[in-house]
Design a protein around this ligand. Structure first.
Ligand code: AKG
Ligand code: MN
Length: 212
């Protein structure tokens, strides 16, 4: 539920832009966040969180699963999208509220193929990387944060160099599109106990992508 109602054809303007990355603060209010957590519980019952390893065999600290036509996985065979959970079942559908957010933020009628769901415990992080396993970089990547605050770091279009960081709060939406579509980004740390949305604490990040 966006905080401002938009007329048809009007695009929402981000609250801030850091190196071309748009940030919408509090796109979902507390009630919408709580409803979405319930939807995500159903997703995780159908497609349980798993602990991926990088292609070099290093354990990732986030646990993840996906919803949508395809899901993103990482294992010794590499990073890729595939049409089924590692357990073999098809991925569940992307929750309606998440798809609605995508359409409102992007103005696209095209639906996302994948909603990657990352769960960060208090010690989890995500190293600097680009999102580049998709076929067409003209589509933006949109992500939504829920639960504890995460320190999001934004770098450059090539690895290294100076970076800027900002805290993402529950309900915030980030858009990496246009010139910033392939910008390096990562999550350095989680501020445990900063949100009461998830009874056990932690942070959820949903990343929406058009894959092919
Ligand atoms: O957790 C986040 O805010 C970012 C997640 C991310 O970059 C990814 O899943 O590719
Ligand atoms: Mn990413």
């Amino acid at each position: 539920m966006p905080k401002t109602r938009l007329k048809a054809g009007e695009m929402p303007v981000p609250d801030l832009s850091v190196r071309g990355v748009g940030v919408f603060r509090g796109w979902l209010n507390a009630q919408a966040q709580a409803a979405l957590v319930e939807d995500l519980r159903a997703v995780v019952r159908a497609a349980p969180l798993f602990s991926p390893v990088t292609p070099s065999g290093k354990a990732m600290s986030v646990r993840m699963t996906s919803a949508g036509r395809v899901g993103w996985v990482s294992d010794r065979r590499g990073y890729r999208y595939q049409p089924h959970h590692p357990g073999g079942a098809a991925w569940p559908a992307i929750p309606g509220a998440v798809a609605e957010m995508w359409h409102q933020i992007t103005g696209l009628s095209r639906a996302p193929d994948c909603c990657l769901i990352n769960f960060y415990g208090s010690d989890a992080r995500m190293g600097m990387h680009q999102d580049r396993d998709e076929a067409d970089f003209s589509y933006p990547v949109v992500s939504l944060s829920l639960g504890d605050d995460g320190l999001f770091r934004i770098g450059n279009l090539t690895r290294g160099g100076r970076t800027e960081s900002l805290w993402l709060h529950s309900g915030d939406v980030v858009v990496m599109g246009g010139e910033a579509r392939l910008i390096y980004h990562g999550v350095d740390r989680i501020r445990a106990g900063s949100s009461s949305l998830l009874p056990q604490g932690g942070r959820i990040n949903l990343t929406l992508r058009v894959v092919d």
